[in-house]
Design a protein around this ligand. Structure first.
Ligand code: ZN
Ligand code: ZN
Length: 341
């Protein structure tokens, strides 16, 4: 008799269904994790409702925390019963980037919730090497936010020192807010947040943003804005970032764009004339000596940062298909939505 579990299965474009599926079995080097909380990522929506899924049927979900209930081999049994967070990227371990520990740049990686089944389910199988213990002081929901917090931290580590600078963030969704949280912690002098939705302003201010503005409003900062973080995924925000940033300033690109980005000759010329530096950022580092994940868990576990206030909704698996459609169609105002299987 095979045991089963409940999971949200993406059966085709836009068709996410609650189903009873076989319980996956951990092989050597793997662990079976009971999912206790899984965040809905901005990237899950185009994966579910657009054309970015790698295959069907797929169980999405890559931002999660839970507890280990079984392991594939006895040598890993010490994990059983432990609360964990899970790095969703499964590196090949062989390519030049993996050998440097730069797993996020791997040439041939697996990914929980996109390239293999993820955690919109009661259980998920993961490599033991991708586990980190969840600090006792953090809830599973906070643990589920480790991934976006690590992605935001990784992005800011790309741009170097920001102490004493003036920074602006476009897009006050989870990644923009988390970027602001790390910027504040790193000692920026002034932090400006932009969003087209004014309902996000009070949360942003409670997380340390000094000023929150509608994007068309550019305050006259006499010294100029040193760093602009584009976390909205809007092409207009990218153009606005080029306008807003000071000469020789930095623009950090963190938001995925779903459509073509067109730059006018004038806007392109700003990159040249202002001698701007553009930074791309992707995923997060999990390397032993340089782990964004360990830093996030250290800071959050010791109470130096808190991101629990980002959670706007907790929903159950059976509510998810309709709820996620509402998110996609922007009928539901939300910040971070967490599934509780
Ligand atoms: Zn994500
Ligand atoms: Zn690799």
């Amino acid at each position: 008799m095979t045991r089963t579990m409940r999971a949200l299965v993406l059966e085709g474009k836009g068709s996410l269904c609650l189903a009873e599926v076989p319980l996956p079995e951990p092989k050597e080097g793997e662990a079976l994790v009971r999912v206790r909380a899984c965040g809905v990522c901005g990237s899950d929506l185009p994966r579910i409702f657009g054309d970015t899924a790698y295959f069907y049927p797929l169980i999405p979900g890559h931002e999660f925390a839970g507890e280990v209930v079984a392991t594939g081999s006895p040598k890993d049994e010490e994990w059983i019963g432990k609360g964990v967070v899970v790095y969703p990227l499964i590196p090949c371990g062989k390519c030049p980037y993996c050998r440097l520990g730069e797993y996020a740049l791997c040439e041939d990686y697996g990914y929980l919730g996109s390239r293999q089944n993820g955690a919109f389910a009661e259980y998920v199988v993961v490599p033991v090497t991708n586990l980190l213990p969840l600090p006792q002081s953090l809830s599973f929901e906070e643990g589920a936010l480790t991934e976006p917090a690590a992605v935001a931290l990784h992005a800011l580590r790309r741009v170097g020192r920001t102490f004493g600078e003036i920074a602006a963030v476009f897009g006050l969704g989870p990644l923009g807010l988390l970027a602001g949280m790390w910027l504040k912690l790193s000692g920026v002098r002034k932090l400006i947040g932009y969003d087209v939705d004014e309902r996000k302003f009070s949360l942003a201010r409670s997380m340390g943003f000094d000023v929150t503005l509608y994007p068309s409003f550019f305050p006259a900062e006499p010294e100029g804005i040193d760093l602009v973080v584009e976390a909205s995924g809007s092409a207009q925000a990218f153009v606005d970032a080029l306008k807003l940033v000071r000469k020789r300033g930095r623009v950090l690109l963190l938001g995925n764009q779903e459509k073509n980005v067109l730059l006018s000759p004038e806007d392109f010329s700003r990159i040249l004339r202002k001698e701007l530096t553009l930074f791309g950022s992707w995923n997060s580092s999990f390397a032993f000596l340089d782990s964004d994940w360990k830093k996030v868990l250290d800071f959050a576990g010791s109470g130096r940062v808190s991101f629990a206030s980002l959670i706007s909704h907790r929903i159950r698996l059976e509510e998810a298909p309709a709820f996620l459609l509402g998110m996609r169609e922007r009928r539901i105002p939300y910040v971070k939505v967490v599934l509780i299987p």
